[in-house]
Design a protein around this ligand. Structure first.
Ligand SMILES: [Mg+2]
Length: 350
């Protein structure tokens, strides 16, 4: 096919970017050995070799500008971090260790090229900064980037596939909760929703570009901007076999607990006074705010759990009940008495 100059230039740009990603994703032999990735970027497929007695856990997650992130609110490093954190959190929920990540990006051309006239400067492109955030988190959680795809798109989209490994038959599932089990969460709840609310305030007065976050607000916004997937906590629960059911809090406690109740065929009761509400959050944000990426799990009442797992607090917040006709699936106990708890999970950026 005959190419115009700009098409040829665009392709050159894409080839250079792919080469850069391959170079930056090159892994040291130790990590490759540890994770089970035998062959990464460069061939038609990656090759993965789980250890004997393991099975693979696979999750996929699509992030879209305007729905899961906003180019005018979030710095590119933040978007890269959050895209990977969402996928890693699903592995944590199953008690799986990360093996490899696959990242596909659809990006407007302005995000893959340096701004016009700045070619001679050392300014970094949006996509390079996205990769800075993505690869920093990948390194923290020993997750090699093993492949992906790149295409020009009018809308910025990032699709992540995470492959993990877990001892065969030992993955944490949503379906194992039994009446009488106690209900626990890791970390604090509502911090991501509170951080997002603050970010919206800052961004709305900042103009078209994503705002720089003042240092004094960094900690307050961290639960939203750089959530930490609970990989170590999920592995701990899985290896000790103490959780009867588990999932990660991506849509909000009320919505995710409803998923757990449905999959396990049970009801649940939450004690409002026991909830580990983030200091910046309201009760509503703790109950319904999404994207905390903490783990929600159940355990037999005789199970003794530590106050913290790998440095993250564990809090008992309620218990599992028998599902019964005429009883709400979820109940909230507070000073006002017992009330039905509706699933009002957070609809991302709608
Ligand atoms: Mg999940």
């Amino acid at each position: 096919m005959k190419q115009t100059h700009s098409e040829a230039g665009r392709e050159r740009g894409e080839v250079a970017l792919l080469a850069e990603i391959r170079h930056r994703a090159a892994h040291d032999a130790g990590l490759v050995q540890k994770s089970g990735l035998r062959l990464g970027i460069g061939d038609d497929c990656a090759l993965l070799t789980p250890r004997a007695g393991e099975e693979l856990a696979v999750t996929t997650d699509l992030s879209i500008d305007g729905r899961h992130f906003r180019l005018n609110w979030h710095q590119p490093e933040t978007i890269g971090h959050r895209v990977l954190a969402r996928g890693l959190s699903d592995l944590a929920a199953m008690g799986a260790r990360p093996v490899a990540a696959f990242l596909s990006l659809g990006l407007p051309r302005s995000l893959t090229c340096a701004a016009d006239g700045r070619r001679s400067t050392r300014s970094r492109t949006w996509v390079q900064r996205f990769l800075d955030g993505f690869l920093a988190l990948a390194e923290t959680y020993n997750t090699p980037l093993a492949g992906g795809d790149l295409a020009e798109s009018t809308l910025a989209v990032a699709d992540i596939v995470l492959v993990g490994a877990v001892a065969r038959g030992r993955a944490l599932l949503r379906s194992g909760a039994k009446p009488g089990d106690l209900l626990y969460v890791t970390g604090a709840l509502g911090g991501a929703a509170a951080g997002l609310a603050r970010l919206v305030e800052i961004a709305s007065s900042a103009g078209a570009d994503p705002p720089r976050i003042p240092k004094k607000l960094a900690a307050r916004l961290a639960p939203h901007l750089c959530p930490q997937p609970r990989i170590a906590q999920g592995l701990w629960l899985q290896r000790r076999g103490v959780a009867s059911a588990a999932l990660d809090l991506s849509d909000g406690l009320s919505t995710d607990l409803a998923h757990l109740c449905e999959e396990s065929g049970v009801a649940a009761e939450i004690d409002a006074s026991a909830l580990p509400i983030h200091p910046a959050a309201t009760l509503a944000q703790a109950l319904h705010g999404g994207e905390d990426y903490e783990l929600l799990f159940t355990a037999h009442p005789d199970t003794r759990l530590p106050r913290a797992i790998a440095g993250v607090p564990v809090t008992r917040i309620g218990r599992i009940l028998k599902a019964r006709a005429g009883r709400p699936a979820m109940t909230l106990i507070s000073l006002k008495g017992a009330q039905p708890l509706e699933a009002h999970g957070w609809e991302h950026f709608s």
